[in-house]
Structures are given as C-alpha cells and as structure tokens.
Design a protein around this ligand. Structure first.
Ligand code: RTP
Ligand code: MG
Length: 186
C-alpha cells in the first residue's frame, strides 16, 4: 500500500544544485513561486545557552525545509567576510570577536519566494529590546551584541552567505514527506 501511494505522488522540481536554486520554478506549486534560500546562523551565545533545538524547531514548525547544517568554529576571516558591509562600524571588531568566540550552528533553509523576509520576521529586530515578543530575539535576548541568531537580509545574500559558509558542500537535495501538506499545489 505504501509503495503504491508513493508511486502516485506528483513528480516535483528538485534542487539540482546550489547555483540553480533561485532560478528553478516549482512547477506544481499553486503560486508557481520561485524557491529562495536563507543562510541562518545560531551565534555562539545561542549555542552556549542551549537554544539550538528551540530555534530549529521554530523553522521546522513553520514549514521551511532544512537543506544544510553544521556546528562550526568560525575562522576570523570568514566572520570578517560575512559582515564586510559593517567593516567601517565602530562595533565591527567586537562583532567579529563575538562570532568567533565559540561554535556557531550554520544552516541553510529553503522555501517558496518570501522565505528570506519571513525568516527575518521570525528572528526579530536587530536590537532585542525592540524585537516583538514571539520572535527569537524578542524571546531570548536583551542585548544587540548578544542577539543569538543571524539570518540573511535578501535572497541575494542568502546565496552569497551560503556559498561563503558552505562553499557548495553539505547542501542536501531532499524533499520532506510533509511537503504536500505544507504547500498547496494545483
Ligand atoms: P545579522 O546580520 O546578524 O542577522 O543582524 P541584523 O541583520 O539584524 O543587523 P546588522 O545591521 O546586519 O548587524 C549585524 C550584527 O552586528 C551587531 N550589531 N551591533 N553595537 C551595535 O550597535 C550593533 N549593531 C549591530 C549585532 O550582533 C547584529 O546582529
Ligand atoms: Mg545583517
């Protein structure tokens, strides 16, 4: 019975490669939306405080799909490259020291068009004292210099940051068995 029901499942577009992720079309989705990826990172304070499971649960329960994950001790040059747009800010040295101060959990999450913006909403405002309750920073942080989590701020940066942190390796091409219950298809 299981084999026959699986055989009737529709054929879906799959992630052919990291590079092609944003250009592929999910042909069976009702909205025919393009897929996006977000690079999400639990910062050293989130790892040290035992928030990894709680944070991953929020994205899983939302219905986004995990494509890559690793526990990683960040080299200084990677931290600097990641935040290079902030290099002129007075807090930049402290930010780099923070990111390399312990292991981070690096992840790539994929979803339909809009996932990058949606994840930023789930993460909350940069300053945790201004983050809404119910967001990750709103619930688990009080200080901008210890704000627990990073998430890409645009689809382009989702691609750039994924390439920086994963270098094209560790991205898993898989489809969740619950996808048909999460995404409407016509
Ligand atoms: P992130 O890149 O980490 O997701 O944070 P974000 O987009 O919400 O904010 P962004 O402006 O990109 O800042 C990056 C990180 O720098 C630290 N920061 N410190 N002391 C300060 O005024 C200050 N401002 C920013 C925070 O850790 C922030 O997440
Ligand atoms: Mg940012």
């Amino acid at each position: 019975m299981i084999a026959s029901s699986l055989a009737m499942r529709p054929v879906r577009a799959r992630t052919a490669s990291l590079k092609s992720t944003t250009t592929r079309q999910r042909t069976n989705c009702a909205s025919a939306a393009r897929a996006e990826i977000s690079y999400v990172m639990i910062k050293p304070d989130g790892v040290q405080r035992g928030l990894v499971g709680e944070i991953i649960t929020r994205f899983e329960q939302k219905g986004f799909q995990l494509k890559a994950m690793k526990l990683y001790q960040t080299p200084e040059e990677v931290a600097k490259e990641h935040y290079k747009d902030l290099a002129s800010k007075p807090f930049f040295p402290d930010l780099v020291n923070y990111i390399v101060s312990g292991p981070v959990v690096s992840m790539v999450w994929e979803g339909e068009e809009g996932i990058v913006k949606s994840i930023r909403k789930i993460v909350g405002a940069t300053n945790p004292l201004e983050s809404e309750p119910g967001t990750i920073r709103g619930d688990f942080a009080v200080c901008v210099g210890r704000n627990v989590i990073h998430a890409s701020d645009s689809p382009e940066n989702g691609e750039r940051e994924t390439a920086l942190w994963f270098g094209g390796e560790g991205i898993v091409d898989w489809t969740s068995c619950s996808e048909d219950w999460v995404i409407e298809r016509r």
